[in-house]
Ligand binder design. Structure first.
Ligand SMILES: *[C@@H]1O[C@H](CO)[C@@H](O)[C@H](O)[C@H]1NC(C)=O
Ligand SMILES: *[C@@H]1O[C@H](CO)[C@@H](O)[C@H](O)[C@H]1NC(C)=O
Ligand SMILES: *[C@@H]1O[C@H](CO)[C@@H](O)[C@H](O)[C@H]1NC(C)=O
Ligand SMILES: *[C@@H]1O[C@H](CO)[C@@H](O)[C@H](O)[C@H]1NC(C)=O
Ligand SMILES: *[C@@H]1O[C@H](CO)[C@@H](O)[C@H](O)[C@H]1NC(C)=O
Ligand SMILES: *[C@@H]1O[C@H](CO)[C@@H](O)[C@H](O)[C@H]1NC(C)=O
Ligand SMILES: *[C@@H]1O[C@H](CO)[C@@H](O)[C@H](O)[C@H]1NC(C)=O
Ligand SMILES: *[C@@H]1O[C@H](CO)[C@@H](O)[C@H](O)[C@H]1NC(C)=O
Length: 426
């Protein structure tokens, strides 16, 4: 209660900060646009010859030029995309901008080239080394991924990538049909990500909504994500993430991982997912690690107040994650998972194994807590549901539907037990 209050206050303060920044620095008539030479803090891309009829490459140049002006400004500046539909090729907004904090105000629609080969780097729109960046404006970021999803091409562009960005906010935007991930953060800290809508069809491959890796102190709130892959995925080196008020589906649900694909991966810790609803996804709340994964850890991960509707595998720890059965080893994962809580999880499962805790024999899961789990079978598809545990140590509390496999006997709910593969059905 207190922490959610604090969170709201923080959010209001940051909203005010953004609003004030606009009021203080915006010139009387921002709509006419201007730039540093006239003293204004607004860098309107159309004043740098971007236009709704210009080519993607011409607009990329105009956006880059406008950014240079905004970056060189002596105070907070606004890089403005007015309403309208703009073709846009790859752009990189690279800092540091020593004196300026930039607000990228996207009021229009940005449309990516369809051709996967139009991109030489990993991203379509990339921000690098920016401090206090705000991306907002109510606009649309259209990745035009339709023809890319079925192609085998190993450099499909992420629609928007944030590298080494510290403090800032991305809010009030719609992303659609990315070729690869819609939004990715890498080596970034202290960013608020809120009020976003992200959409791609359920059969679009690798179109994760938001991916975080090597990032910390990230706050995600009020997101509406339906894609062909994970709604939100959390990779190695990510700490202190709070996700609240999210809607997810279709897609693959929430994922911590996949972890352990590479050597010397950083750990993952302190991830809190609260008050989210998940509909029609192929997994719900998932932690996944690869077979043969080298040692690392993922810990203090809490999922609470989550409603799942018509989901396959609502609760799943999968330490033998192997998509397309293309794994080169069947060695156990050495990623140690501990202090994992699922609390007040409700809804329906469309597969028989609604709770699957399949941990590694080499690094058993420790202190996994299930509290007030109330899952029902989606009876039109499955008559009954059960739990499956392997190599997991933990405790159950409160309601348990399906019957838990963490404890062998009803009533001993506070005891830590290990179970081998076992499943109970009622
Ligand atoms: C201001 O905008 C003009 C185009 O209208 C451009 O030629 C000039 O380089 C800009 N100046 C700065 C400092 O960005
Ligand atoms: C989102 O952006 C639109 C267009 O700029 C604006 O009218 C609206 O007030 C913004 N919404 C929020 C919640 O900031
Ligand atoms: C994250 O926030 C905590 C608490 O405010 C702070 O101590 C820590 O330094 C921050 N981490 C980074 C990497 O900025
Ligand atoms: C995570 O938050 C804790 C507590 O605020 C802080 O001590 C720690 O430095 C943070 N971790 C990172 C990697 O920022
Ligand atoms: C939970 O999230 C929904 C959005 O999905 C939001 O409307 C609602 O206010 C949130 N509830 C609480 C208690 O934060
Ligand atoms: C666990 O993670 C949550 C959410 O990030 C954080 O508030 C809490 O302090 C962490 N607990 C410990 C023991 O680090
Ligand atoms: C469950 O979701 C599937 C798609 O994943 C859909 O085809 C089906 O109609 C849904 N069933 C119900 C009862 O919502
Ligand atoms: C279960 O065991 C772990 C360590 O193995 C411990 O940290 C935890 O507090 C125990 N939980 C209960 C409910 O006894």
């Amino acid at each position: 209660m207190a922490s959610s209050m604090l969170f709201k206050i923080t959010l209001i303060i940051s909203l005010l900060a953004v609003a004030t920044a606009h009021r203080i620095f915006a010139p009387p008539s921002t709509s006419t646009g201007s730039n540093a030479s006239t003293g204004s803090n607004v860098f309107d891309v159309t004043k740098y010859s971007a236009s709704t009829s210009a080519s993607a490459s011409a607009n990329s140049k105009a956006f880059t030029d406008a950014f240079k002006g905004a970056c060189a400004f002596k105070d907070r500046s606004i890089l403005l995309v007015p309403p309208g539909i703009y073709q846009l090729g790859p752009v990189k907004f690279g800092g540091p901008c020593p004196c300026s904090h930039i607000t990228f105000e996207i009021k229009g629609t940005l449309v990516a080239p369809q051709d996967v080969k139009a991109f030489s780097g990993p991203a379509w729109i990339e921000f690098d080394a920016l401090h206090g960046l705000v991306v907002e404006g109510g606009g649309v970021i259209d990745g035009q991924g339709q023809s890319a999803w079925e192609q085998h091409y190993n450099n499909k562009a992420i629609s928007m990538r944030f590298m080494r960005c510290v403090t800032g906010r991305i809010t009030n935007l719609t992303f659609k049909n990315s070729k690869f991930f819609h939004i990715a953060f890498h080596h970034s800290q202290g960013i608020i990500i809120d009020n976003l809508k992200i959409r791609a069809p359920c059969n679009s491959k690798n179109t994760d909504g938001i991916h975080l890796s090597s990032s910390s102190n990230m706050t995600l709130n009020n997101l509406d994500i339906g894609t062909g892959d994970d709604c939100i995925s959390i990779g190695p080196g990510t700490y202190n993430v709070t996700i609240t008020g999210c809607k997810c589906g279709p897609g693959h649900g929430f994922s911590i991982g996949s972890l352990g694909k590479f050597k010397n991966e950083d750990n993952v810790g302190n991830i809190h997912v609260k008050n989210c609803s998940i509909t029609g996804t192929s997994n719900g709340l998932r932690i996944k690690t690869w077979p043969g994964a080298p040692p690392s850890e993922a810990y203090n991960i809490t999922f609470e107040d989550v409603f799942l509707n018509n989901v396959s595998y609502p609760i799943i720890i999968d330490q033998k994650y192997c998509p397309n059965q293309k794994c080169t080893t069947n060695q156990p994962s050495q990623v140690k998972l501990h202090d994992i809580t699922f609390c007040r999880i409700k809804g329906t499962s469309n597969t028989p194994v609604a709770v699957k805790l399949d941990c590694s024999e080499k690094a058993p899961c420790q202190n996994v807590k299930l509290q007030d789990i109330s899952l029902q079978p989606l009876t039109s598809v499955v008559p009954k549901i059960s739990s499956l545990c392997s190599n997991v140590l933990g405790a159950v509390m409160g309601t348990q539907k399906p019957d838990p496999c963490l404890i062998p006997h009803a009533g001993r709910s506070r005891k830590n037990t290990t179970s081998s593969v076992s499943s109970y059905a009622k």
